[in-house]
Write a protein that binds this ligand. Sequence first.
Ligand code: PSU
Ligand code: MN
Length: 314
Amino acid sequence: MRRNAHGNVPLVFSDEVADALATGKPVVALESNVITHGLPYPDNAATARKVEQAVRSGGAVPATIGIEGGRILIGMTEADIERFASTPGIPKVSSRDMPVILAQGGMGATTVASSLVAAELAHIPFFSSAGIGGVHRGAERSMDISSDLIQFTRSKVAVVCAGAKSILDLNLTLEFLETHCVPVISYRFDDFPAFYCLSSGLRSPHRMDDEALIARAIENHWALGNDNGILITRPINAEDAIDSREVDAVISKAMVTAEKEGVRGNALTKYLMRAVDKVTEGRSAKANMSVLISTAELAGRIAVAHAQLQPRPS
Ligand code: PSU
Ligand code: MN
């Protein structure tokens, strides 16, 4: 077991990830909340393996993050994935929950935010998740803004995703990222995507079509002295996309019932996602798998392009 240099939070590296980091191979970190709170067992274990495989097909090594026994797992073995997927009641752990769950010694499923904390401690500059958290609709009253966004302003990690679900206010989410100097680049697409919908209806601040150039932009961001994140989005494959009008109608209704039922705080994201899944049935399951895989695969390719960057001529 290796410990990070500037603290005593123990990081436990899988052999594969330890070897990749020691030999300079590209690594992509992945969250585990999607395993424990996304799908029922055993579909969740199969999905986690497929997402890891997608990172590999992009040419990088996957490092699924989790918390167990007071330690942070950096890279899961097959047995780890199986345990996280099949153990009921593993709590969702975001950045603010990490110190407590580590002290208590139980298992914890990391969100985007807490996975970024772990990735940075482990010196992994790439992370992939299909959907990030953001500013919730009605946040002007509820103040519900995902810690994922706050963590982008703190962790020097590039995040590849399919944007965020339109359960959120995507306009305010983009505003937040602009205010906090987090670059957003859309890969081979003009708009900011909305997870299982191709477009959020909002233009992305930037579009880039080439992995090597994206890798250069990431490096430039950090060379300019920024020590925060950078977001790269890839829309769902068109054939798996769901119509945004259909999704919007379901969300509007679910927002009303959530308020009536008193669903709030960190339970709201899952509640709204379930509502959409129920109405769109098999299609959202297919769309989910599609974005999980396409974002992980692109993250792998960009991590490879980043590892191959030539030093800048001086
Ligand atoms: N959005 C999705 N799928 C998810 C999540 C968000 O489309 O699984 C999960 C991720 O783990 C994300 C977290 O980091 O929800 C954000 O939760 P909250 O909004 O409570 O910060
Ligand atoms: Mn929240």
